[in-house]
Design a protein around this ligand. Structure first.
Ligand code: EPZ
Length: 416
């Protein structure tokens, strides 16, 4: 069981490069199904989730050739149309092949994602939207069976903001007949980055990144070259690392615009932040100040940053209230933070965090991707040694995190 062993108490100092965004890379790789032409992705993060979706795509006929930090991806012809349960159950973002498969071939058979650690996470809004475009959806033996002789554009209004729902529908609508209007669409930068690629492939999309996206279907899409945006959640995680250790960390290759809610919350918690063209610097406070956190769809504070802020606020000189509005069970890290000495009461989707003066190192266990990040952050601040087990959760979304942290002076190593 691979673990990370951290000897805390070292203020992090220095510069760290931000990797390409996981949550942009996944839909962008899925978009390769929409054309026979090659797509040259200049920068792909080396992550478990990217390897998972690559395996899934290769099973559908996609050829992926690594090329200097990125890859050339092409699907000359589909050799299948199924996303099997063993892959979907390990990564729910596998559902992102549903829209492209329907648009490309009129057929798709995708395992229904089970729940996951942070919540039930249904895909009913994806399916409703695809039915609105003319797909016939049947649920059978735990699989979504979808067929569409042709997809016809229409107006789709999402009951809830859904990131991958917006992305699935945008990809399906790109090859539908006529115009599709997505209302209450997700505004996350990763949605806009996917649209940026689709437009380069010949799609006609207006308004991506806003809550109203208009897609005029075209008869076919071509190849393109694309550079993926930096990962704002990895960036936010490293900013909190600088803040929680009372150090000074500069991120290279970040987009400050994608971090406004995170930077504002860090300042409220007593950190000093400075933004440049493509870099952001944080200087941690002696001790964090309390701050309330409410997660929201972008541009609100990302749910994917909630666990990291809980670790930081757990050391504040006062009480903070954290409200998680996106997922119904995303406080799994609270119990593990308590093992390090945090004083956190959770009730429903609210957590009351009473700051303590310090954490004491202890063995803790990761439960999901961002929870594992929050345990690493707490370990960096804790006195003594913290061992974070089940690090495979972390490897899903962070490229060589311990290498980057060690580059900032952290005493951290991976043990087999
Ligand atoms: C994306 O997941 C991200 N993953 C998640 O990041 C992120 O936490 C989430 O958006 C919210 O920002 C990727 O982009 C690959 P949603 P997604 O559909 O699209 C409910 C990480 O750590 N919902 O926006 O699956 C859903 O249950 C991961 O990198 C429905 O009810 O999230 C949730 O409560 C974790 N029906 C809310 O909407 C649907 O059909 C938001 O979910 C779809 C969603």
């Amino acid at each position: 069981m691979t673990s990370l062993e951290i000897e805390g108490g070292v203020p992090l100092r220095g510069e760290v490069a931000v990797s390409a965004a996981k949550n942009a890379a996944l839909p962008i790789l899925a978009a390769s199904l929409l054309t026979e032409e090659p797509i040259h992705i200049e920068n792909l993060p080396r992550l478990a989730d990217v390897r998972t979706i690559s395996r899934l795509l290769q099973g559908l006929g996609t050829e992926i050739t690594e090329a200097d930090g990125g890859a050339v991806v092409r699907t000359p012809r589909l050799t299948g149309h199924e996303a099997p349960y063993e892959l979907v159950s390990t990564m729910r973002a596998s559902v992102l092949v549903l829209g492209p498969l329907l648009a490309r071939s009129g057929r798709a058979r995708v395992a229904l994602p089970g729940g996951c650690a942070i919540g039930v996470r249904p895909i009913d809004l994806h399916l409703k939207g695809l039915e609105r475009l003319g797909a016939e959806i049947t649920l059978r033996n735990g699989y979504v069976e979808a067929r569409a002789r042709r997809l016809v554009g229409t107006r789709i209004s999402f009951d809830l903001v859904t990131v991958t729902g917006t992305e699935n529908l945008m990809m399906a609508a790109a090859l539908a007949e006529g115009t599709t209007l997505l209302e209450n669409a997700a505004r996350e930068p990763e949605v806009a980055d996917l649209a940026h690629l689709l437009i380069a492939m010949g799609a006609k999309i207006e308004g991506a990144g806003s809550e109203r996206v208009e897609i005029q279907g075209v008869s076919g899409l071509g190849g393109a070259r694309h550079r993926i945006i930096p990962d704002r959640i990895e960036a936010g995680t490293f900013l909190v690392a600088g803040a929680i250790t009372g150090g000074e960390v500069t991120l290279r290759g970040a987009i400050p615009d994608h971090l406004t809610a995170v930077l504002a919350k860090l300042e409220e918690a007593g950190a000093a932040v400075q933004s440049g063209e493509d870099r952001v610097r944080v200087r941690g406070p002696e001790r964090p100040r309390p701050a309330d956190v409410i997660t929201n769809p972008y541009p609100g504070l990302a749910t994917d940053m909630q666990a990291q802020f809980m670790a930081l606020l757990g050391l504040a000189d006062g009480t903070s209230v954290i409200t998680e509005t996106i997922f119904e069970n995303r406080f799994m890290h609270a119990a593990e933070l308590r093992r390090l000495g945090a004083s956190i009461e959770t009730e429903g989707n609210r957590a009351v965090v009473r700051g303590v003066r310090g954490y004491q190192g202890a063995p803790v266990m990761a439960t999901d991707l961002r929870a594992s990040a929050s345990l690493v952050l707490a370990g960096l601040a804790a006195r003594g040694v913290t061992t974070v087990s089940r690090v495979y959760h972390l490897d899903r979304g962070y490229e060589a995190m311990e290498v980057k942290l060690a580059g900032l002076g952290a005493r951290i190593r991976r043990t087999r």
